[in-house]
Design a protein around this ligand. Sequence first.
Ligand code: UD1
Length: 372
Amino acid sequence: MNQSSFSVCVILGTRPEAIKLATVIEELRHTPEIKTYVVLTGQHREMVDEVMTLFAITADHDLDIMKPKQTLTEITCNSLQGLEKIFAELQPDFVVVQGDTSTAFAASLAAFYNKIPVGHVEAGLRTNNLFNPFPEEANRRLISQIAQFHFAPTELAVKNLEKSGVVGEIHQTGNTVIDALLKVANNNPECQVPQLNWHHHRVLLATVHRRENWGAPLQNILQGFHSILDSFPDTVLLLPLHRNPLVREPIQESLGQRDRVFLTEPLNYKELVGAIARCYFLLTDSGGLQEEAPSLGKPVLVLRDNTERPEAVTAGTAKLIGTNPDNIFVNAKKLLEDDHAYRQMANAINPFGDGLASRRIVKIIQKYFQRL
Ligand code: UD1
C-alpha cells in the first residue's frame, strides 16, 4: 500500500466521545498508510477542548455548533449540514463515530448519505427502553442500522448487535475508555480541590447530568445526598458540575451552602482520574464512570433505573440504585458501614477491557483497506 493511500475521518462532539476516541486517533495517526482527519461538531466546547489538549489531538475542522440550551433538532441539523460540506472537501474513505450522542447519530447519517462506510466504536449497548436513556438508546440503535463496522466492547454487546440484525462486520474489541484511562492513570494524576483534604474524610465522588434525571429525579437524588451527609460526618461530597445550566442550577441551590460539599467546575480528565483513584466510592448517572471506576478498584452506585452496561452489575463492580432518596441512602450506608460489602465491590474484575481496544479497531480498519 502507498503512503496515506486511504483516509479516515473521526467525528466527535462531546467530552465522552473525545475521551473514548483519543487513543483511536493516536493509533490511526501512527499508521502511515492512513491519513486521519479529526472533525469536531462542537456540540460541547470547553469540555472537549480540555480533552483534546490532554491527548495532544488537533482538529482539522470544527463546526462550532454549540449554543446555550441547544435542542436535539439543532444539534442534529447543524451537524448534518456542516458534515455534508466537510465530506465533499475531504472525500474520506471511512468515517469513525463513537457511542450514542446526537453528534454520533448525525455523523453516521451524513456518512451514509455519502455512501462512506461507518465504523461505530462502542456499538451494541442497549437498555431496550427507547426513552431511557433519552435520546441515546434511539441514537445508538439508529447508528447500528447504518454502520458497516460494529466495534463492540463486550460479548453482550456482540449478542445485542446480532439480535438487532445489523448489516456488516461485528468485532469484539473491548472498550476504548480503558485505553484512555490506563494511559492517564499511569502518570498518577493529582486532583487538587481547594479546602478538600483527601486524607481527613471519606470522599464520595458524584456526577449527575442525564436528561431523564432533570427535574423531580434530580431533586430526589439531592435529597439522598443530604441524608448521607447528615448521617456520616466523616464523609464529604465532591460533585463536579456539568456545564448545562439546567442541571447545575438546581444542584447549586440545594447543596451550594452546605458544609462538607465541594461543587466544582467540570474536572479535567486528569483530575477526574485522580479523583476516582482517591475517592471512597462513586454515585453517578454517567456511563463512562461505570466503566472507568472498576479499573481503579472503586464501587459505583448508579443513579438510574436501568443501564446499558449490565456487565458492571453482573461483575459486581456497580449497583443500580435509581433515584429514590431512601434507596440512595440505604445503599450508600451499606458501603460506608459494611467493610465486606465494600471490598466485594471494590475487588471485582473490570469486564470492559484490557487497554488494547484502539489497537484492535485500527487493525480491523487497516485490513478493510487492504481488501479494497
Ligand atoms: C451530551 C450527550 C450525552 C452525553 C453527554 C456527556 C446528546 C443528546 N447528549 O449531553 O449523551 O452523555 O453529552 O456530557 O448527544 N455546555 C457548555 N459547555 C460545554 C458543554 C455543554 O456550556 O462544553 C452546556 C450548553 O449550555 C449546552 C448544554 O450544556 O446547551 C447541554 O449540552 P448537550 O450536548 O445538549 O447535552 P448534554 O446533557 O451535555
